[in-house]
Design a protein around this ligand. Structure first.
Ligand code: AMP
Length: 389
């Protein structure tokens, strides 16, 4: 990777500001963390910096407090959980800037968590004076918040001109490494699998990946817009009428790379356990809710031949059994392929967990929106701002 890494910095005795992504889900009331996955994902960088003798200032946003303090979006529960995970105290600051925070600056080996950055509207406003105040707390800056890298905010971009040195954390580095591999020079054959509700959410991803990958497999509701573009019947399936023209264009320019489902699990009603059948032609009055067994076989065959797989989005309404079969089959095929695998999006990640194959996936991206923008070929401001080596 061409970006400066935390491993390139001399951290001993330094005060290091680490922008982490502690935007964790909280139970109503804001006291209880329902998943500490994001805190755990930042542990390697935090532990690395502590091992090198740094004092740490950690900062994150949580939720959408819209520029005002909000007790239900405090990062306090994250300080408690982080202390448990690290096995050392984590001090909680009452704010992220100001005299009280200044007075709490950590000594080497100490960890201070700043309060929610978005309690100040200047964070999302990328206000230079606020960015300078944040920067004044530290000697060095590290960005490990890949999940926020698609936002040009004070803590992800604005601070960097005001610090003496800035670098990527270990999680950021890993995310950029695998997503760059997928979009630039992947091991071949490289297969991308895209699913989910809408074509409109993933247009850039389809266009960008089509330039790079050898095969692009499309499942989920987004497939029906493409089927309709081919003049095939789609019954009551979800179709984005205003994207049919675009789907036609993509099909015409795909050079045969784009594979669509050849059979479908259909039902008359959108509900778990709905009476269903497998068809090749979607009948009037029915909707496609999953890919069928022939499609699973074709998709699994392509995945098995690949050396790299990129997967984002479910193949059907996987939250509603029995319409989860296609998604689970794809999760198993990706895991069994032995290919370098990069999975993004909460739904694909859930499918991988429920199939019990998480340990066989090379990299599960922590940033939903950020990874889609990256795969779509867009420049992420938080990544662009980190200096080159
Ligand atoms: P996305 O957020 O775009 O990745 O879409 C995920 C959602 O797409 C999930 O909630 C799925 O239930 C939904 N989805 C996938 N396939 C279908 C389908 N055939 N019909 C309706 N919804 C679908």
């Amino acid at each position: 990777m061409a970006k400066l890494s935390i491993k390139d910095l001399d951290l001993a005795g330094k005060r290091v500001f680490i922008r982490v992504d502690f935007n964790v889900p909280l139970a109503p009331g804001g006291q209880e963390i329902t998943s500490d996955k994001r805190i755990k994902a930042s542990l390697p960088t935090i532990q690395y910096a502590l091992d090198k003798g740094a004092g740490l200032i950690l900062a994150s946003h949580l939720g959408r407090p819209k520029g005002k303090p909000n007790a239900e979006m405090s990062l306090k529960p994250c300080a408690v959980r982080l202390a448990e995970l690290l096995g050392r105290p984590v001090k909680m600051a009452p704010d992220c800037v100001g005299a009280e925070v200044e007075a709490m600056k950590p000594a080497p080996g100490e960890v201070l968590l700043l309060e929610n950055l978005r309690f100040h509207k200047e964070e999302e406003g990328n206000d230079p004076a606020f960015a300078k105040q944040l920067a004044s707390l530290c000697d060095l800056y590290v960005n490990d918040a890949f999940g926020s890298a698609h936002r040009a905010h004070a803590s992800t971009e604005g601070m960097i001109p005001f610090v003496s040195k800035a670098a990527a954390g270990l999680l950021m580095e890993k995310e950029v490494e695998y997503l760059t591999l997928a979009t630039q020079n992947p091991p071949r054959p490289c297969v991308a699998i895209l699913g989910g509700a809408k074509v409109s959410d993933k247009i850039e991803v389809i266009q960008n990946l089509m330039k790079v990958v050898d095969k692009l497999l499309i499942g989920g509701a987004m497939a029906y817009t493409f089927l309709k573009a081919q003049g095939l019947p789609t019954g009551k399936s979800l179709v984005e009428e205003d994207k049919i023209g675009l789907a036609k264009e993509l099909l015409a320019t795909s050079g045969g790379k784009l594979l669509l489902p050849v059979d479908h699990v259909v039902a008359a009603e959108f509900k778990a356990g709905a009476e269903n059948e497998t068809v090749e032609t979607i009948p009037e009055g029915k909707m496609g809710l999953d890919i069928g067994p022939k499609t699973i076989e074709i998709f699994a065959g392509e995945i098995a031949k690949s050396k790299m797989v990129v997967w984002n989005g479910p193949m059907g309404v996987f939250e509603m059994p029995p319409f989860d079969k296609g998604t689970v089959a794809v999760a198993n095929a990706v895991a069994d392929s032995g290919a370098v695998s990069v999975v993004g999006g909460g739904d694909s990640e859930k499918a991988i967990k429920s199939a019990g194959v998480s340990s066989k996936i090379t990299h599960v991206s922590t940033g939903g929106g950020a990874s889609l923008e990256f795969l779509g070929g867009l420049t992420l401001p938080g990544v662009a701002a980190i200096p080159e080596k």
